[in-house]
Design a protein around this ligand. Sequence first.
Ligand SMILES: Cc1cc2nc3c(=O)[nH]c(=O)nc-3n(C[C@H](O)[C@H](O)[C@H](O)COP(=O)(O)OP(=O)(O)OC[C@H]3O[C@@H](n4cnc5c(N)ncnc54)[C@H](O)[C@@H]3O)c2cc1C
Ligand code: SF4
Ligand code: SF4
Length: 1017
Amino acid sequence: MSTRELMLCHGKMTFAQERKIRQTGCDARFDNLTRQLYSTDASIYQIHPVGAAFPKTAEQASLVIHATADAGLSITPRGAGTSLVGNAIGDGLIVDFSRYNRQITDLDLEKRSVRVGAGVVLDQLNEFLKPHGFCFGPDVATSSRATLGGMIANNSSGARCPIYGTTSDHVMSLKIVMADGRLEKIGASHESLVSERATIEKLVRAARTEMTERWPPGLIKRWPGYGIQRFLRVPNDLTNILAGSEGTLAAIFSAELKISPLPREKGLGLIFFASVAEAMQATVELVDLKPAAIEHIDRPLFDGTKGQLQFQAARDLLELDTKPCESILIVEFYEDVAERLSILQSKKIGLRTKIVSEQAQMNMVWSVRKSGLSLLTGCIGPAKPVAFIEDAAVRPAQLPEYVRGLQSIMKPLGLDASYYGHAASGLLHVRPVLDMHSPADLKKFRQVADETSALVRQFKGSLSAEHGVGIARTEYMRDQLGNQLLEVMREIKRAFDPKNVFNPGKIFADASEPDGHQHKIDNHLRENFTRPLELPFQPVLAFAFKDRSFTGNLEQCNGCGGCLKQSGIMCPTFIATHDEVMSTRGRANIIRAALELRLARNDGVARGGKMTAGKPSLLGDPLKSAELDAALSNCLSCKGCTPECPSNVNLALLKAEMLHARWRRDGLPLRERILSNVDLLGKLGCLMPRLTNRFLDFKPVRVAMEKTIGISRHRSLPQYANERFDKSFAKRLGSAGASPAVFGASPKTSVVAPKFEEPALLNVSREARDTAGEAPALPRRGKLILWDDTFVRYHEPHIGIAAVKVLEALGFEVALVKNRRCCGRPAFSQGNLDASAELANYNVKIVSSLQYSNPPILFLEPSCWSMFVEDYRELKIENAERIAERCFSFEKFVDDLLTREPEALRFKERVANVVIHPHCHAKSIANPEFMGKLAERLPGTKATVLDTACCGMAGAFGALAEKYDLSVQIAQRLLDQLDNQPSRTEVIASGTSCRHQITDLTNLRPKHMAEFLAEAL
Ligand SMILES: Cc1cc2nc3c(=O)[nH]c(=O)nc-3n(C[C@H](O)[C@H](O)[C@H](O)COP(=O)(O)OP(=O)(O)OC[C@H]3O[C@@H](n4cnc5c(N)ncnc54)[C@H](O)[C@@H]3O)c2cc1C
Ligand code: SF4
Ligand code: SF4
């Protein structure tokens, strides 16, 4: 890190400057945590800002921008920070419009327009427009988090550019904040900024010939820099200049946008090729059919879907395993679909053609294409596909020759790359695979960039056709634009922003600060590239799913912002708060910052406990700091990121590893020790359950518990059962005169393989069936083990009893494991990995040593199931994989059996409306839709699987006093959905935490699926 950067990192700002900004009343933060969080975007670059501000109103934005400029600091406006080339980072104040500025107003269907705050996300807007039959046309692949402000500033576009054009084509007017704080409205119908407009008009007119020469027609996307060519066509409309200005001219507060009718029909033609070259050649011919999109994907991309559960259906649809190919064109039509698809088919291009018209199947194909970048960057190892020449476009007819040109750059350097992207727009997202930690590859990086810039010039193409110039391409702009057009752009910048306040040094180098803002492609690289991460501890986890290394998994986070979306299961804390540090990306960034010692031990903690700019401080503690706590302590370990982050960042593991390293060094605190031992507490509590329950309900006891170990007094505590499940299980068998119900061995005897004892619970069921007047059934399916987890055993035995009833009705002999220990989940969640591993080892040993033919092991609690099937492997437990193969969730096991044999159980009719909240760990392993099907096996039942993430309870998390409010905030998404159900709807939730949360926050009484099924037998 340069001295200058180090100063910035530790707060270059003076107290006077900070005071000035704070006095505006705008939420502004200058602490080290914020500076680290906003030092990266989705690019390979890193610059530390002095802080970040989050304006709520246009007036606040105006005040904060004015004060910052007045204080002599630069401003970088920001949306979701998904820019790929360093557009959204800067060394001054980041003004983040995505936090609060998310209002959608003034929908006018006649005029086909709508007004949006700059922080409105594209998917949010389209969801709002859909019921009205409209959409916003340009479709960036990051639609789940990209903001309209960012899209306008980058002049973004997507696959359907041939019909929708770019974002700029849909902007009617903008409300902007100038560097001096003035609020202005610009657009064709606004008479504002008269002198600026006149200046720009003159400049642009004078450059007309140069533009024609440099930018011949035929390019579908956009040219780099300000939209001067568009402005020439509509000279009174300054929105054309702002769109594509990458935050260098003014901040956009809100926008009036044109909206488009939703397509009436859609259809896809998939064409498979033996080579990329053939696909490029075919594109030239297909463009004449006027498709909405032609997208290209190639082998490196679709090979990335191998072995990924979520893409298996798409792989099957594309027949990738049975009919291999090198490249695929996805051709989409919006009008006269049948006719145009039949023409396409009759052309007999490539190896084969497949027509896809079903919406679900089309979605599957698009999901592969949309995940393109991440499927590539998610590869294992330090070499990754790098974005720096990924945005160049030529005319579609030039594609075959352009690709040959690129290959001739790459081949002598021995570089691999994928050539996927918007073929119909002549734009291929080519990302050479480079190890940015390696000096040799850094040389290649520069060479490829230099040569590609020259190649694009040769084709008179655009080096930056949708992602912007940012840092990566600024140094090439003189070559690309030529002196005259570059000078026009400089003059426009001077007219708008004479003091060079906004995002300085982007698009063109800033001559006024020779060493400051002269961005080069290989400057400001992320610190972990130039200074490889050194771990101050020895990781203990396997990271078995993918990277097999802590650092490898941490560095999978490329900043793409997928975890800032507002749906799915990643990341519930961000969904609830919109706070960057509450996202997976924020957490990964802070862990990296900690390991790079960018976390200050005493960073400006001053005056009323508020973080201030402070003095440059000492290097931080990699394992313990306020920043690290803010990032890690709020992670729910819900595993939502593992399957949904396209690069499979596994924050639950990273967090556990970091905590473990800390406890190893500093000792395990009392609270974490207690929370690791809930199974032991259960055992003790059940010795005298009535007394214990009364004692724990006693108010002074709760107050004392809150004060000493931080358990919130607002939380109910799980009640201890009068009779433990395992005891009642054994007793009932005993009373039936059978052999002991539990089997297994104590750890001492587990060396000698324990004898499997005949389980006799069958008698209990027989009694039950006798009472019901049915003929007794004999077990026909053999034995299985039911894992009586801590909660079923000590708190909710009725769930275990219900599960036994269902399983025996299916014809199984059910047995429990004698002397089983806690699965280790509570200890794992606390980072108490030694204890967790000890429990895991014990349990695997005891289960493996049963002298029996490997019975299936069923779990009622999803977090215990995920411990056995995933985290035992992560803890490197011997034989964990073998045991995992025998482990099933109760619901999945029963559903699979009933799918094979629908008549295996006869349920009574139950006219009920049921909603199911699946546990997040279960969701991270399997698609939960089957649970709806399972509930609907009860005649008369209508079931819906709720679209929810973690409930916010997450084991002990929601019970902690300091996390209570956040826990309730996270639960809101679930509570809202429950609130909208018809009265008397029944709720099924298989996680004990989820049931606890729902019970605490509503007057509902959720059930486990086992109870629901058992009641209908
Ligand atoms: C996986 C992946 C796929 C992508 N696919 C596409 C794609 O298909 N098409 C495409 O065009 N792009 C794509 N991008 C790039 C990026 O997502 C888009 O450019 C997106 O529109 C940026 O939006 P944002 O909210 O993240 O903006 P940011 O990245 O936060 O900012 C973008 C630029 O706009 C400026 N800015 C942000 N808000 C404002 C404001 N209110 N006022 C003034 N300036 C502002 C910033 O200073 C910055 O220069 C992709 C990126 C990734 C990581
Ligand atoms: S955690 Fe995953 S989804 Fe989030 S920014 Fe990092 S790579 Fe993207
Ligand atoms: S484990 Fe859950 S809460 Fe933590 S980062 Fe991942 S998705 Fe977010």
